[in-house]
Design a binder for this molecule. Structure first.
Ligand code: ZN
Length: 90
């Protein structure tokens, strides 16, 4: 019972490739390049607002911002990536 699979570890391994999860630029932090990291930060920040205002879940929110024409290209890329991650984790 001591040796358990640790999927989170392998994720960190992938980050060592030093490429953004969304594009091929060099990684800044958390697996994103500078621009996508900024977009990711904005997505997280806006979610706090949306959650309170519209009572949406994380995935619903991601789908909405991805479809929103007002969402910037960078944020859309990140949202698309996060949606795919959500589907993988289930
Ligand atoms: Zn990037």
């Amino acid at each position: 019972m001591e040796i358990l699979p640790q999927p989170k570890l392998s994720r960190k391994e992938r980050a060592k490739e030093m490429k953004c999860k969304v594009c091929d630029l060099e990684v800044s932090e958390e697996g994103f390049c500078e621009l996508h990291l900024k977009a990711y930060g904005n997505i997280l920040m806006k979610f706090e607002v949306w959650k309170k205002a519209f009572d949406v879940t994380w995935s619903q929110y991601l789908v909405r911002i991805q479809k929103n024409s007002l969402t910037g290209e960078w944020a859309k890329d990140v949202a698309k990536y996060l949606i795919e991650e959500e589907l993988k984790d289930v």
